[in-house]
Design a protein around this ligand. Structure first.
Ligand code: AMP
Length: 279
């Protein structure tokens, strides 16, 4: 694996790459969830590029940015083992040469007003700003992202549409710990007690799926929220939505695609997760 820090160097290196380029953008503190993206990219492309860049413009809470875990040496080891060809490790001034304020704004429509859009104002604009830059540098044939960030996948899909970029988005299933907790870099910030309680987030989703019936969904939401509360979560949202449009749903006709999404705090760590309950 080679490590490239400057976007110009990466651009010129990739000009001579043969075959398809697969790209896995990350913010580091890598775990098995990231590794499945690398493995998929390895299977489906000739050159695998992974980026590690903790993007300041997508953090609506500066404390969250400051506390974001950094484990670069271990990350390099994991990426080497997984057969990554190139690790792109840019600095902030390489991605944002003119500074991080006053960036372009994307028309994300409805997606920006619900769920993560509602609770993290500006977050998806930041995601689009960094993704547009990274995609312009790497120009991948395929882009690999995790279903763990369901709404983010929809936002990036919209960004590809808006900008006419030709990368294909490949969404990979969520990888979970043995007890069901979705792997996340933020899990590293949980205390032992919080980590034990954190299992409540996946329990709530699985329970919601298990008791799903067509008709009104409010009672299911209430039951699932009880599980979160009994595991000491502070809830931002737990809601059903249409699986393709993300429009919130309080009733289900038994046919349309449906996803159950959740965001909740365990201590001061905000966790998100989702489960497709009908596809
Ligand atoms: P992050 O480093 O958190 O920005 O995540 C980088 C990529 O890894 C994103 O596409 C995430 O959706 C994906 N990812 C994070 N956690 C998981 C997981 N547990 N399973 C699958 N993909 C994941």
């Amino acid at each position: 694996m080679i490590i490239i820090k400057k976007s110009e160097d990466l651009r010129s290196y990739l000009k001579s790459a043969s075959g398809e380029i697969g790209f896995v953008p990350t913010m580091g503190a890598l775990h098995d969830g990231h590794m499945t993206l690398i493995n998929q990219a390895r299977k489906q492309s000739s050159t695998v590029v992974c980026s590690i860049f903790v993007n300041p413009t997508q953090f609506n809470d500066p404390k969250d940015f400051a506390k974001y875990p950094v484990t670069i040496e271990k990350d390099i080891e994991l990426l080497e083992q997984a057969g990554t060809d190139i690790l792109f490790l840019p600095g902030i001034s390489d991605i944002y040469p003119d500074g991080t304020s006053g960036q372009e704004i994307y028309d994300l429509g409805f997606l920006e007003t619900v769920f993560e859009g509602e609770f993290r104002p500006g977050h998806f604009q930041g995601v689009c700003q960094v993704m547009f830059r990274l995609l312009s540098i790497v120009s991948p044939h395929k882009l690999f992202m995790g279903q763990k960030d369901y709404q983010q996948c929809m936002v990036v899909s919209r960004l590809l549409e808006l900008t006419g970029m030709s990368s294909n988005l490949v969404t990979c299933p969520t990888v979970r710990e043995k007890d069901g907790l979705a792997m996340s870099s933020r899990n590293k910030r949980l205390s032992e007690k919080e980590r034990e309680q954190a299992v409540g987030i996946s329990k709530a989703l699985y329970y919601g799926k298990a008791i799903l019936k067509e008709g009104n969904l409010d009672w299911i939401v209430q039951e699932a929220k009880k599980i979160l509360l009994s595991h000491a979560f502070r809830i931002d949202y737990l809601e059903f939505a249409h699986g393709k449009t993300l429009e919130p749903r309080r009733n289900w006709n038994g046919k349309e695609p449906l996803v159950l999404l959740v965001a909740a705090f365990q201590g001061d760590v905000r966790l998100i997760d989702n489960i497709v309950v009908h596809s």
